[in-house]
Design a binder for this molecule. Structure first.
Ligand SMILES: [Zn+2]
Length: 183
């Protein structure tokens, strides 16, 4: 059905970044800094065995949490979402010929050709959280009106209330990609 299924990170698809601190007493805390990275903060004097055990448990918990956020999108889903945002944010004024996932956009998350009316979304976003995917769709839809990144463009995009959060998420993802390329 769909030829460009993304690689689906399974199992231990979380990089764990451990930060030990002498100032921490007993507690270990963890947060997902982006989709792929779990940051664990631990006291300096905790034993490796104890830390390993705690990290294992945290990874399981975070994977479960992440799986709840995950959704799988498709080209049909893109059409539905774009139509919905067109109604909600653009007064149903926008028209486009196609919106679909593509696999050859490593640098960009989306692109738009306003003259042809075609929108392409990186398939790296196929299983990103819905609010991030929606932001990229809205960003590309707004380019149908403003083919630039002018203040007027951002005014359109910021009609979507989760724009700021989604941009932060994508920035973290892009930074991580850069690190991978350097290796
Ligand atoms: Zn843009």
């Amino acid at each position: 059905m769909c030829s460009n299924q993304p690689e689906q990170p399974e199992g231990q698809a979380l990089d764990v970044r451990i930060i030990r601190s002498a100032r921490r007493k007993k507690t270990i805390s963890a947060k997902l800094v982006n989709w792929y990275t779990l940051e664990v903060r631990a006291p300096d004097d905790i034993s490796d065995a104890e830390l390993d055990e705690a990290v294992d448990e945290l990874v399981q918990r975070m994977l479960a949490k992440r799986n709840k956020m995950r959704q799988y999108s498709s080209d049909e889903d893109l059409e539905r979402r774009a139509a919905r945002h067109n109604r909600a944010l653009f007064g149903s004024k926008l028209k486009w010929r196609s919106i679909r996932f593509v696999g050859n956009q490593q640098k960009r998350f989306g692109s738009c050709s306003p003259s042809r009316g075609t929108i392409r979304i990186s398939n790296r976003l196929m299983n990103a959280p819905a609010f991030v995917l929606d932001y990229v769709i809205i960003h590309e839809l707004a380019h149908l009106i403003e083919p630039n990144h002018s203040p007027r463009f951002w005014e359109l995009v910021y009609r979507y209330e989760r724009t700021e959060r989604a941009r932060g998420y994508l920035m973290a993802l892009a930074m991580e990609d850069d690190q991978i390329e350097q290796e």
